[in-house]
Design a protein around this ligand. Structure first.
Ligand code: MLT
Length: 266
């Protein structure tokens, strides 16, 4: 389904009824990375969104920032008639959840931070993003694949799951250069959210793949320690894309969390 939002077209899928769970994808993915979570629509309202620059959404030449993505998500949910939801963000999707919490906390019933971190970029990370953006602008998404594909899954997946490696690669290969460059700039400029953690007053689940090398378990532990009452689930044999690599364990943790919220909101 395509909706006109903030002057551009945004792609999304909206299936099922009940408690809305809104899924926010990683860099430089799109909403298809949540295919293994779609079956949860038998129990919840599952909304997956292509952020600007990705999937079926337009990839305008500007503007890209976490605040802009938050404004897009807020406007889209308004069109879908969603007034409160549980947000599930993986990596960049988690950075976006912090922006949503700053801008529209009333929209948030609960938060799931998967394979992400609260800290802003360090100077060397900003430099890495700048260099990667230049390479992507010159040669396209292959620059990102070359840099990131070896870091997205657990070591075992590269040996035993060629299908998954190929799937991850094909989603990255489909990313428009505008979206890649826009995300890199947006992430480099995002503020530190560490100070926000203590003020987050909604139920929170933190999920991390035990073998995540991009946002390692220590990052997740700091989020879970900082948010009052947050629960941490570490998934074995999973790297950064924990929802794709171990969907059963990811979905189990998510279902348990969302079912608790569903019961509480009745
Ligand atoms: C992601 O998976 O969204 C990115 O790796 C996040 C980042 O580069 O910080």
């Amino acid at each position: 389904m395509i909706h006109q939002v903030n002057g551009i077209r945004l792609g999304c899928t909206d299936r099922g009824t009940g408690l809305p769970l809104v899924f926010l994808h990683a860099f430089p993915f799109n909403r298809t990375m949540w295919a293994s979570q779609e079956p949860l629509s038998s129990r919840f309202r599952i909304i997956t969104i292509d952020l600007r620059g990705h999937g079926e959404s337009d990839a305008p030449a500007w503007r890209y920032s976490l605040d802009q993505y938050a404004a897009d998500v807020q406007a889209l949910l308004g069109l879908l008639g969603v007034s409160r939801a549980v947000f599930v963000g993986l990596s960049m999707g988690g950075y976006l959840e912090f922006a949503l919490y700053r801008h529209c906390p009333d929209l948030i019933l609960g938060l799931v931070f998967a394979d992400t971190r609260a800290e802003a970029d360090r100077p060397e990370q900003v430099k890495w993003r700048f260099d990667l953006a230049q390479r992507a602008a010159a040669v396209g998404p292959s620059a990102v694949i070359e840099d990131m594909l070896p870091k997205l899954l657990s070591p075992g997946a590269y040996q035993r799951r060629p299908d998954l490696v190929e799937l991850v690669k094909s989603i990255q290969a489909a990313a428009p250069v505008q979206g890649i460059v826009g995300d890199l700039m947006a992430m480099a400029e995002r503020p530190d959210s560490t100070d926000l953690l203590g003020s987050i007053a909604v139920p929170t689940l933190v999920i991390v793949g035990k073998d995540d090398v991009l946002t390692p378990p220590a990052d997740a532990e700091r989020i879970a320690r900082g948010i009052p009452g947050a629960r941490l689930v570490t998934i074995p044999d999973a790297g950064h894309m924990s929802n794709m690599e171990q969907p059963d364990q990811f979905n189990r943790a998510l279902t348990e969390f969302a079912a608790g919220l569903s019961a509480a909101s009745r």
